[in-house]
Design a binder for this molecule. Structure first.
Ligand SMILES: Nc1ncnc2c1ncn2[C@@H]1O[C@H](COP(=O)(O)OP(=O)(O)OP(=O)(O)O)[C@@H](O)[C@H]1O
Ligand SMILES: [Mg+2]
Length: 321
């Protein structure tokens, strides 16, 4: 009786209708980001000593994992120069002032420093762009110190390599890798709706999924792919270290003291989940157990109504078919 009532194709339809950012919107937002990049490039060609060296799309829109609920365009901006402030508040003011210089057609109040980023507001057309600073001192591979959006600390990392890392897994499992990532992010949003203090960073979800991809799990059937993820989280208790060999030798990774250890694929010294406590890890494991149980129940449910009921436990009340 398995899959009698809701199967893979129903999840595909749900994803298209409720989860994914529609393609035309995504390309509009990408074009918006591209225009900013081109404007900075043309300013730089006339002012080669300018301190903003590059701006690029980062985050879900760049990785192809945005949800329909996307509310800003993430970009990262590389800043260099001897007079660059090293304190976050000052750095954001400095970045805002330089962005106003490079984008003179924006009014001054359209460029505003936030806690850990600078918003470039488009007023009516498109989404706001959220610019995150990266302190950059000329590394040829574009490694730099990214301001963490969680606590304002500096993280040595490489956004372009992250995009390349994700692109590789997307190629391994075309369509499916990104789709399963978006479904899982939608699940996270639903858990957050119920538990205000629940945290599970999108990048962590994507890295766990990359780990499953690398060990050979098949994501082509979405109920099964989701089960792979929830089973992994429950079985490992999220206490198994996850490392990748794309950009360094895993045997050279040192030891970490934090409960969750998902190591940045581009910097072996950066634990992407370092801010997560034991109780936050347990909350994720509990939520994964609940979701896994609910998916098991969908397979045994005798009626369509009951099947939908269990899928709603995973994805919330917007799930329908
Ligand atoms: N702890 C970290 N260490 C290194 N890089 C990070 C870290 N956190 C975030 N990043 C970088 O920032 C990018 C965006 O972060 P994140 O994945 O949390 O948001 P997102 O993909 O935009 O998803 P959302 O839809 O939740 O906004 C990541 O792809 C990664 O390049
Ligand atoms: Mg984002």
């Amino acid at each position: 009786m398995a899959r009698q009532h809701v199967d893979h194709s129903d999840i595909v339809r749900f994803a298209q209708d409720k989860v994914n950012l529609p393609k035309d919107k995504a390309s509009g937002y990408r074009a918006q980001a591209r225009r900013l990049r081109e404007r900075l490039d043309s300013y730089l060609s006339e002012h080669p000593d300018f301190s903003l060296k590059k701006i690029l799309m980062a985050g879900s829109l760049a990785k192809g994992t945005p949800l329909r609920s996307l509310n800003d365009i993430d970009m990262a901006c590389y800043i260099s120069g001897a007079d660059t402030p090293q304190e976050v508040g000052d750095l954001l003011e400095y970045l805002a002032e330089r962005l106003r210089t490079a984008f003179p057609n924006f009014k001054s109040d359209q460029v505003t420093p936030q806690t850990y980023s600078v918003t470039v507001s488009f007023r009516g057309s498109g989404l706001d762009v959220d610019v995150v600073p990266i302190l950059y001192d000329g590394d040829p591979d574009w490694y730099g110190n990214l301001v963490s959006q969680d606590d304002g600390s500096f993280l040595e990392t490489n956004i372009a390599f992250h995009l390349e890392f994700i692109r590789k897994r997307k190629k391994e499992q075309e369509r499916h890798f990104a789709q399963v990532a978006r479904l899982l992010k939608f699940w996270v949003k639903n858990v957050k709706r119920e538990r205000e203090d629940f945290r599970f960073k999108s990048f962590m979800v994507e890295l766990i999924l990359a780990h499953l991809c690398d060990r050979g799990d098949d994501f082509a059937d979405y109920p099964e792919a989701l089960q792979h993820f929830f089973t992994y989280v429950a079985r490992s208790n999220l206490r198994e270290r996850i490392v990748f060999d794309d950009y360094y030798d895993p045997s050279e990774v040192g030891s970490f003291s934090e409960p969750i250890q998902i190591i940045d694929p581009v910097n072996q010294a950066n634990n992407v989940s370092k801010l997560y406590t034991n109780s936050q890890a347990e909350a994720i494991v509990d939520a994964a157990l609940d979701a896994g149980d609910a998916i098991d129940a969908t397979l045994r449910a005798p009626t369509k109504g009951e099947t939908v009921y269990y899928w709603q436990k995973v994805f919330g009340p917007s799930f329908s078919m």
